[in-house]
Design a protein around this ligand. Structure first.
Ligand code: PEP
Ligand code: MG
Length: 325
């Protein structure tokens, strides 16, 4: 199997009916980076910057951060990297930062909420990212965005930092793209506002699942109670892809769901053309895609969702479909 996946490295991910799918890799540590070349991933679709902070012994200063981000960009040889700004709080703890005692950390002070409330932290990160991206393509995305207004606030911070750079004679990125993670369900009803502001969207299916079904992703009692192949989740995912197509902005999915062959099948059927996943998932997903008729799968999933049969999940039907094909 491993050998078979290795052989697929340089084979483009194109479905049997000719639909090209971008396959990208999730990373968070420098030691993940050699996997980009080994797996043939198109880019780093999600770089979880908080991991660099979690393994440090104190909050890295701007110079240190700049050096880290620069080494990430250097290590992937010109492929794009989508840096996600600090997603701390909730389940992700920095040992050297006091954490508030919160009754519901997953619903609490985390990610972009900390970034906007304590702008010093986010500002230093943005400054370092922009410096590392000087003269290059730089992609930044913000986690846990819950409204278009929050995206605007984050974007305004970037604009200020770019001004600051220009005034101080730093080289700015050659191209700067700003995106939002779509992982808080409120955004589903503000997709038109978001798509007219963001350069790209990336769906965090792990958190979207957690917040859509109100199931703590780290609580074993409930975490697997609902299936991401449930009709409600698939309709939510479908409407995000559709909004992206309508406004012509790229949509990627970077949660675990896209790294499962059956999940990837459903996502391609729903209109996703870019998936980002852990290195070990790239081979199995590509192998599945090569045999998939995307148009047929799309019609099949469309019919299943239209049947309104009240099934808890499309998994049995999709498993049977995958076996038949
Ligand atoms: C997600 O929520 O799906 C995601 C990709 O981010 P994380 O797992 O880091 O929260
Ligand atoms: Mg998330």
């Amino acid at each position: 199997r491993q050998e078979q996946y290795r052989r697929l490295r340089d084979v483009p991910a194109v479905t049997a009916d000719g639909v090209e799918i971008g396959l990208h890799m999730n990373a968070g540590l420098l030691l993940d980076l050699p996997h980009v070349a080994e797996t043939g991933a198109g880019s780093i679709g999600l770089f979880r910057t908080e991991l660099l902070f979690m393994v440090a012994s104190k909050f890295p200063r701007i110079e240190k951060q700049t050096e880290l981000y620069r080494s990430v960009l250097d290590a992937v040889g010109g492929r794009p990297v989508t840096f996600r700004t600090l997603d701390i709080g909730g389940d992700k703890i920095l040992p050297y930062m006091a954490r508030p005692d919160e009754p519901n950390p997953a619903l609490g002070w985390r990610a972009i909420r900390i970034g906007l409330d304590r702008p010093g932290l986010l500002r230093s990160q943005l400054r370092a990212l922009l410096r590392a991206g000087g003269g290059r393509v730089l992609r930044i995305m913000f986690p846990m965005i819950a409204s278009a207004a929050e995206f605007d606030a984050a974007r305004a911070m970037v604009a200020r930092e770019v001004d600051h750079m220009v005034r101080h004679g730093y080289q700015t990125p050659y191209e700067l793209k700003l995106g939002a993670m779509v992982e808080v369900p409120s955004l589903l009803w503000e997709l038109d506002e978001l798509t007219s502001r963001a350069d790209f969207m990336s769906v965090g299916s792990n958190d979207l699942m957690q917040y859509l079904f109100a199931v703590d992703r780290d609580n074993k009692r409930v975490a697997t109670r609902f299936d991401p192949l449930a009709p409600s989740m698939l309709r939510a995912l479908g409407s995000i892809a559709e909004a992206g197509h309508r406004h012509g902005i790229p949509v990627t999915l970077c949660g675990e769901f896209g790294g499962k062959p059956l999940g990837a099948l459903a996502l391609v059927a729903l209109g996703y053309r870019n998936l980002s996943m852990s290195a070990s998932s790239l081979g199995p997903v590509k192998a599945m895609l090569l045999g998939l008729d995307a148009a047929d799968a799309s019609a099949y999933v469309g019919d299943l969702l239209a049947s309104r049969d009240g099934a808890a999940s499309l998994r049995p039907a999709l498993t049977a479909y995958a076996e038949r094909h």
